[in-house]
Design a binder for this molecule. Sequence first.
Ligand code: NDP
Length: 329
Amino acid sequence: MPRVLLTGGSGFIAAHVLDTLLERGFDTVVTVRSEEKGQRILEAHPNTPKEKLSYVVVKDVAQEGAFDEAVKSSPPFDYVLHTASPFHHNVQDPVKDFLDPAVKGTTGILKAIKAYAPTVKRVVITSSFAAIVNPKEHAAVYSEKHWNPVTWEEGMESSQTYRASKSAWEFVEKEKPNFDIATVNPPLVLGPVVHYLNSLDAINTSNNRVSDMVRGKCKEGLPPTGTFLWVDVRDIALAHVRAIEVPEAGGQRFFVVAGEFSNKEIADIVRDSFPELADKLPSKDFPSDKPADLYGHDNSKSIRMLGLQYRSLKESIVDTVKSLLAVGV
Ligand code: NDP
């Protein structure tokens, strides 16, 4: 079976990518930041033989040569899925703490593959809608054709993902390695958390709005939705794996988006589906903040080329809440 290196194996998205890879028969090695996290992943897959699933420790993707050893493997790798994203909670200097590491992590792994893993045919990188959206002048309908025009000095989150994916495309153009790349660009990712990586205090950022509702933190009112496009984590996971399975996905960006949402819609689904949580939420007539003239989105390429069938917001939220209740939120 083809062999895959999956970086950031302890992440929210990566945990689902791992399960999708295993379900579809790939032999998988994950990178994690500690032995302890690696062991937790193995323990959560007790029936998976060690030749199908193992881990390697990469403490900091931004360090020079971080991936030089991880990309060497016997048997050698066929594909790499790069989801690890450097993130510091105490950002003092945005360039040094946030932007540099994101770019270094992405170019670093591409350099390591070129130098030490000549059998790798494709690298799929988790990018973001932030690398597509132009907050200063919205497109009428966003698709893979759009690029965020932000500069290094502007913004942080968007600049991070924009720069990292831009430098990946530049690397391929300049270095002409043996592999091609594809990027998966999700907006806000919602969906169930895996029990073995999560606890009350460590719910991934993109599900925070749902866990805050379940915990009764939004009783007096819902916070602004902020971004109005979403996708389920299981669909994003499948997109990563389809991006290695489908030959013509090489060299492509994929805007993987299920649809529009607002915090009000999430609250209504939670109230309807979990009546026992109704007193933790504002009343049903709390207004929606979704603008009537919201930009459009075009996900037809992901449906056509990757064969995605997007889950509904209701299914995603119901499964998210069940998973949060299961870890004690
Ligand atoms: P998580 O925070 O759940 O996962 C991030 C992963 O990266 C973790 O495994 C983390 O390890 C690892 N990591 C972070 N910094 C470093 C570092 N310096 N060196 C090595 N590993 C590191 O995030 P998500 O799964 O939500 O996101 C994954 C990717 O998807 C990111 O690139 C993010 O930008 C992108 N994305 C996510 C969206 C979302 O809504 N979730 C939306 C759009 C894009 P550890 O667990 O040990 O900290």
